[in-house]
Design a protein around this ligand. Structure first.
Ligand SMILES: [Zn+2]
Length: 409
């Protein structure tokens, strides 16, 4: 017998930031798509709960666990992460990946942009309902064009059914110009760590500083290397990657004129409040970027720089770092704009035809929609259920039966 559509009713149903039905009903098909969303009469009795689109984590490293010894200076921290990852087995990495997905799902995350450093994440993601994009990470500061092409062939892994493939040339200090150009020519959706540290800006500008020393130590600085003499954003534009198919992560040290260039190219920026607070960095000028029309998304980054590792905590962190942001804007950064950043514009919203990825949270009886949104974006929650494609994948609320009656009346 064909399964019937299911109906989820809530005191407040957010289809996307700015569009709320109070009360509302979401109808989900047997194959996990939104069939319909409608407002219900205000006299209709529904459970004290609210439904939001599933949260989209635009930047994460699922394989990287929490560090055994924490470091708060970026370069020593990077060395420690590389050391711990280098000594962990494939089984460790896959276990870490699975545990990270469970933790994110429990905090309402239904899609992500994963940086897969080894090709192992995609194996785990194939067995999970979580959607998004799995970017294969590539590095090699000394790679020629021929070697770069070989590397991309080796890392040309298909994504999973719900988590599509992408490419992540790591950062301007770890990727050669030829590798960047080869990535750009591949036309794959991409993401790059950009302008994360002052040392990166120094290295691209003058060729000097700790990143030069590190590359010399690793034997990776090509003979006759000349610094590009450009800011990170201008450099990325120069090698052909700056555009709507590439998201830029961190952008902590943009030069004057860089935000305008990023806006003109249609690239998206991902910020990670947990990482900003972990390294005690100043908040980036996010309101200025938004005024320029740049889409800015939220990501958790890895557990090595974000022990909380929750999209709810990221929203709360964004409200703390940029108190002028409206709750609606913060919700957009964790849903619609994060989906744009990973080039999955169909995710992060609940419109007819979209996948039924959503979260349901318990609210106080009679709580108004603004108070509810305020609580959600501040991470103040009683109970949360996460649904992927209409199926509950985390949480166990007591009002399931009442919200899933067979008739749409
Ligand atoms: Zn990262």
């Amino acid at each position: 017998m064909e399964a019937k559509p299911r109906h989820f009713r809530a005191a407040h149903l957010w289809l996307r930031p700015g569009l709320v039905y109070s009360p509302g009903e979401l109808t989900v098909s047997a194959n996990g798509r939104v069939l319909a969303a409608k407002a219900l009469p205000s006299t209709r009795k529904v459970d004290a709960c609210a439904i939001f689109p599933g949260l989209v984590n635009a930047h994460v490293h699922l394989q990287i666990p929490m560090l055994k010894q924490q470091r708060r200076d970026f370069l020593p921290w990077l060395g420690r992460v590389m050391g711990e990852m280098g000594s962990s087995s494939d089984e460790d990495k896959m276990r870490s990946c699975a545990a990270a997905i469970d933790q994110l799902t429990a905090s309402g995350c239904t899609a992500l942009g994963e940086i897969d450093s080894s090709g192992l994440s995609v194996r785990v993601l194939r067995n999970r309902p979580i959607a998004g994009r799995c970017y294969q990470e590539v590095t090699g500061f000394d790679l020629s064009a021929a070697k770069a092409r070989q590397l991309l062939i080796r890392r040309d892994l298909p994504g999973s059914r719900h988590c599509w493939r992408g490419l992540s040339p790591h950062a301007p200090y770890s990727v050669s110009p030829a590798l960047f150009r080869t990535c750009a020519a591949s036309n794959r959706k991409a993401t790059v760590h950009l302008a994360e540290s002052a040392e990166e800006v120094e290295f691209l500008g003058s060729g000097k500083g700790p990143f030069r020393d590190l590359l010399v130590d690793l034997g990776r600085l090509p003979r006759g290397f000349k610094a590009p003499g450009r800011s990170p954003a201008r450099y990325l534009d120069h090698v052909g990657l700056l555009g709507p198919d590439c998201s830029l992560v961190h952008c902590q040290h943009l030069d004057s004129g860089d935000p305008e260039l990023i806006a003109s190219r249609g690239a998206r920026i991902v910020v990670c409040p947990g990482t900003i607070e972990y390294f005690r960095r100043p908040p980036v000028p996010l309101l200025r970027w938004l005024k320029l029309g740049i889409h800015v998304a939220l990501g958790t980054d890895s557990r090595a720089s974000n022990p909380a590792f929750s999209m709810l905590a990221e929203m709360a962190g964004a409200r703390r770092l940029w108190p002028q942001l409206s709750p609606d804007r913060v919700l957009a950064m964790a849903t619609r704009d994060a989906a744009l950043a990973i080039n999955r514009p169909g995710l992060g919203r609940l419109s007819p035809g979209a996948v039924a990825d959503f979260v349901r949270v318990e609210i106080a009886a009679g709580q108004g929609e603004q108070a509810c949104l305020e609580d959600f974006t501040q991470g103040r929650l009683r109970r949360l259920d996460t649904f992927s494609r209409g199926v509950r994948v985390s949480g166990k609320s007591g009002y399931e039966a009442a919200s899933t009656v067979g008739s749409g009346s």
